[in-house]
Write a protein that binds this ligand. Sequence first.
Ligand SMILES: Cc1cc2nc3c(=O)[nH]c(=O)nc-3n(C[C@H](O)[C@H](O)[C@H](O)COP(=O)(O)OP(=O)(O)OC[C@H]3O[C@@H](n4cnc5c(N)ncnc54)[C@H](O)[C@@H]3O)c2cc1C
Length: 343
Amino acid sequence: MNEPIKTDVLIIGAGPCGLFAVFELGLLDMKAHLVDILDKIGGQCAELYPEKPIYDIPGVPFTTAHGLVDALMAQIKPFGPTFHLQEMVETIEKVGDPLFRVKTDQGKLFEAKVVLIAAGGGSFQPKRPPIPGIEAYEEKSVFYSVRKMEAFRDQRILIVGGGDSALDWTLNLAPIASHLTLLHRREQFRAAPDSVNKMMALAGEGKIDFVLGQVSALEGEGGRIAKAIVKRNDGSDFHIACDALLPFFGLTMKLGPVADWGIELKDGELIPVDTAAFESSVPGIFAIGDINWYPGKLKLILCGFHEAALAAQKAYHYVFPDKRLVFQYTTSSSSLQKKLGVR
Ligand SMILES: Cc1cc2nc3c(=O)[nH]c(=O)nc-3n(C[C@H](O)[C@H](O)[C@H](O)COP(=O)(O)OP(=O)(O)OC[C@H]3O[C@@H](n4cnc5c(N)ncnc54)[C@H](O)[C@@H]3O)c2cc1C
């Protein structure tokens, strides 16, 4: 069996909350390793909406999801976290008080005094629309997320859906598409009203088409779409010529192995925590970000940042049981500034 990698804290998930936890732990001298199923750092920000704007990060009036991940990486650099990407944490075994042995699907073993679960919604997967044969077009001309907007320049784009992703990508891609159609099955939207108003304005100016109906079939060759057959609500058919189809039918958050870690769950999918330290029902296992639940929980990045700060305070007592924790500001503490490499 492999020798375990020993660390103070093992963070499961390298989304924004897992990344910021490295910073809060690092200020308190705790070293972290992070494991993530994805091949990249940044969680939902990197996988689902890298180029979309974010306006509600405190003190940052505007950034993109990609920009936020880059900034977090710069912020945690002084603490030298180690990333283990494309590995899924499969098991957590309690072997001490507290000491955990954590194993990934690639056979890697960790021994950590504290486990911090920042696993978001687990392994998230886009919902596939019920269109026969759509698999043959996936990742060639059917995409469930937009990694690089430029890849869609001058294309005829068909976006399907009525939620935030469908509306946001309609607004973002309209200026670079040669033609863009938004297709939704009804006139009511789940998206933010402001986005709906902006989309309607574009449609009113003739810059995009907004059409009611549902895709019933695709035609094309070698994975390249030529047209989508659309069924109107009255049952009649027509087609929309397109080069790319972007269906946004929401995500299935597959919790994955989290459910088997012996931690109490709420509704089978969220980890209830206390709001003093964001610790789970198992002492030494913390949960922050989208994966946790407590009364009033909001799935916002800024909430996960706060949770990381408080979890680190309690984690300190498990990692350094004999030490006293002194509260300090980065503004005025020379010892914190040394750790940050700015003094
Ligand atoms: C389109 C869109 C727009 C959004 N806009 C905003 C916004 O403007 N402002 C805002 O505050 N929030 C926004 N959000 C929500 C925000 O992205 C989430 O709240 C945030 O990403 C949660 O961060 P997290 O670190 O908890 O989890 P995530 O970002 O979900 O990251 C969790 C990571 O854990 C990994 N993981 C899961 N299970 C395992 C396992 N067993 N082993 C290893 N790795 C695992 C996953 O692969 C993933 O990378 C938006 C979300 C979407 C989809």
